[in-house]
Design a binder for this molecule. Structure first.
Ligand SMILES: [Zn+2]
Length: 247
């Protein structure tokens, strides 16, 4: 089973994809500051809230607007920042198989880590589960089209680097049984369309957990009730689970 449902935090750092199929997954590694593996600064960075006075190295990040679709923490918990239908800003100048601008047609996954320390067992398992779930939801993705940032931008980028064991990742991938079941493509599109307050909204968005769905729908309804009809009509699983909820 997934370690936890995917947490959702909507980043403003995204835009519309051109009309090309999504057929690549790009794995990255990130730590902020370098070598420290908490997720707070990464979250702030992707939400556009990073306090650049918090560490001397953050000065270089002043005004930088980047994001990834997903971040995998050291304990395997996953946060989604951008709908996979949207274009996240993770790859930069990049090329794969002769096609430039990988952001246009890829999904970006940041794994918290660096060049020196091994990634965790939970990160292999949960990154593999996420990739399998994405492939299940996007028919144009395939398991052999998962690459590293260093593969698509070899002169600029090192990540996920030599610590990421691709053989171990492929073994994890082969052994995953339970996928994330919520529709992670449409879900955050709806949140964005609803004008959600990026800084306050945090939702449990996956895992097929009725309690999480109820909690989410209830919270959404309380604060954004004018969007509820749209939200429910596009999310039949939540609608069904609400039949049993006391309002
Ligand atoms: Zn990267």
């Amino acid at each position: 089973m997934p370690k936890q449902p995917i947490q959702l935090l909507a980043s403003p750092h995204c835009n519309t994809r051109p009309n090309t199929p999504i057929d690549l997954i790009v794995l990255h590694a990130i730590s902020l500051p370098d070598g420290e593996f908490g997720s707070k600064h990464i979250t702030d960075f992707f939400l556009g809230n990073l306090d650049t006075s918090a560490h001397p190295s953050f000065k270089d990040l002043e005004g930088v607007k980047v994001s990834a679709h997903f971040v995998v923490a050291r304990d395997g918990n996953i946060t989604q920042f951008v709908s996979t239908n949207q274009r996240a800003w993770h790859a930069g100048k990049s090329t794969w198989e002769g096609r430039d601008n990988c952001n246009d047609y890829s999904i970006g996954i940041e794994i918290i880590g660096d060049e020196r320390q091994p990634f965790t067992r939970q990160q292999y398992t949960e990154t593999a589960r996420l990739c399998r779930s994405l492939i299940a939801q996007h028919p144009t993705l395939e398991k052999h089209r998962i690459v590293g940032h260093q593969d698509i931008a070899p002169t600029r980028k090192w990540d996920p680097g030599t610590q990421w064991d691709w053989s171990r990742f492929r073994r994890s991938f082969a052994h995953i049984k339970h996928l994330h079941t919520a529709d992670i493509k449409k879900f955050s599109d709806l949140l964005l369309a609803g004008g959600v307050d990026h800084h306050r909204f945090s939702a449990l968005a996956s895992g097929g957990c009725c309690f999480a769905m109820n909690y989410l729908a209830h919270d959404f309804a309380r604060r954004f009730d004018h969007h509820l009809a749209v939200f429910l009509s596009a999310n039949p699983i939540i609608f069904q689970s609400l039949q049993t909820l006391q309002w």
